[in-house]
Write a protein that binds this ligand. Sequence first.
Ligand code: KIV
Length: 273
Amino acid sequence: MSKYLVDDTRKVTTLRLKELKKQGKKIAMLTSYDFTLAKLVDEAGIDVILVGDSASNVIAGNSTTLPITVDQMIYHAKAVVRATSRALVVCDMPFGSYQVNPTEGAMNAIRIMKETGCDCLKLEGGAEIIDTVKKILDVGIPIMGHLGLRPQSINKYGTFAVRAQDEEEARKLISDAHLLEEAGCCAIVIEKVPAKLATQVASELSIPVIGIGAGHGVDGQVLVLQDMLGMDRGFSPKFLRRYADLSRIITDAVGQYIIDVKNVAFPNDQEEY
Ligand code: KIV
């Protein structure tokens, strides 16, 4: 067993995710969008790397995930797949690529799988997209669902507040989770809902429920890599734990470089040809 509690060096598959749940072992998942960071994340032993459409916010600086395109998701996912040998790589289907009809959804899903070599796709929604989910699964592509706060629907909600706090939305979430499991999804991400509700869903399903802002009673956790590394000082939701202060480390390093260049302290004699 490695110092990071990784006890199995084999490539993680969707089947393995279900085994982990059966064995009561938690699943660790993080986002990555590029080769350099994905390689470090994979080498540390993460179980799942999500090429999230949060790349729209984190990499491109957009205020929502809506603008990112299929082409851009393919670009990010290809870089991550190249960097990864152990983790299961899941790629988000971006807004607009699967909501219109099952055929278009399946065609985009096939294209993303073919061009990226990723292992699985993630789609946001329950009953509204179940025919598309079934069509993509029928083609042979594994799907991770995404319920609770669904960032692609942020304009409908009008708020990033905790979802499913009332009984009607909580009931729909439970029903959607069962629908996705029955359709054949390999796991479900549940974002920003009361911990009690997420725990209930995880206990009712046999597929893993991976939470973000959903408490510890679920089968695994996912965070946005740059957030947990402390690269964005301005983003501090309650659920976020920062495992590093990279914004300070990077600013200090860049500042020291500026000082050295201005003082002609870099490069020195050993650093020239
Ligand atoms: O795109 C993303 O980063 C996500 C996570 C928040 C789960 O979907």
